[in-house]
Write a protein that binds this ligand. Structure first.
Ligand code: PDD
Length: 277
């Protein structure tokens, strides 16, 4: 029930922002979702690095250093006696001020973070998930983990309404990522994914996948792939802090290869379990 607000701990129901809050009125803020296994953070430094990159890109001044937020986030787990699998949601907005597109003067960022239990989805990780394809209608700066998630929300909802888990986004025929995860195609023993550019989120789990691929001597090729390539894929999978390494077994009603999670995907899942525990 205890959350972090700015740099102190409060009860959840004690957080009260005015309605004129720039996160609420403009989506003027950035966020992170960080995974916890058995009470320990996974990829904490990677998430903090990205938080600072996002905040800097939109000129939000965070009221702490990387070291300070790291230790505050550690204390958040202690305050809540977290010993199980969980996730932390952290957001930082430009602050509270009368509504005006122009930045307010001398207003401090609003920051909060809270922890929620999140059991691993062992069943889906074993069976794999179905997906749809969906046009990527987002802006050019998706490397910023901004609160403006309406295109992502609409794509994910479309997937849900079609009985699917995720939407694979594509622009001009090329696959960028999913609505809330990165996506990879396996063909002839190599992993292909969109290069690190401004138009995708640089996933923390993606950093792990590249490391595991190097350890396993599986080529990790940042050359992207097209919607057409999916038809000839050997394997497809997605990654995120909440989904981990998730096999994709169906796209727009068509099976991926034989419709079962692939071998390389399973090897990466094994490496992930070892790394995260
Ligand atoms: N989503 N791409 C997008 C658009 C995302 O929103 C996410 C994460 C990722 C994967 O990033 P990471 O590996 O660092 O979790 C890729 C989080 C989990 C969310 O919005 O809930």
């Amino acid at each position: 029930p205890i959350m972090l607000s700015q740099t102190k701990f409060i009860q959840r129901d004690k957080l009260n922002y005015p309605f004129e809050e720039r996160g609420l009125q403009f989506g003027d803020g950035v966020y992170e979702v960080i995974r916890i296994y058995s009470g320990n953070y996974y990829l904490l430094n990677e998430h903090i690095t990205r938080l600072f990159r996002s905040a800097e890109a939109v000129k939000i001044n965070l009221p702490f250093t990387k070291e300070e937020i790291s230790s505050l986030l550690m204390d958040l787990l202690k305050e809540n006696n977290v010993t199980t699998d969980a996730k932390v949601y952290l957001q930082a907005t430009r602050g509270s001020a009368p509504r005006d597109h122009v930045f307010p003067l001398d207003v401090a960022a609003n920051v909060y973070a809270y922890v929620q239990p999140l059991p691993r989805n062992v069943e889906l990780l074993g069976s794999g998930v179905s997906t749809i394809t969906h046009r990527d209608t987002r802006w050019e700066n998706c490397y910023i983990k901004s609160l403006n998630l309406l295109p992502n929300v609409l794509a994910k909802q479309e997937a849900k309404e079609q009985g699917c888990y995720e939407a694979i986004l594509h622009k001009d025929g090329f696959v960028t990522e999913c609505s809330a995860s990165n996506v990879y195609l396996v063909k002839d023993g190599a992993i292909h994914t969109h290069p690190i550019r401004k138009n995708i989120l640089h996933g923390c789990v993606r950093i792990s996948v590249e490391k595991f691929a190097n350890d396993l001597k599986i080529p990790f090729m940042e050359n992207g792939f097209s919607i057409e390539d999916i038809g000839a894929a050997d394997e497809l999978f997605l990654t995120s802090s909440t989904s981990e390494i998730m096999p994709i077994i169906q796209v727009d009603g068509n099976l991926v290869a034989d419709g079962k999670p692939g071998n390389i995907t399973k090897q990466l899942q094994t490496e992930y379990e070892r790394d995260a525990h």
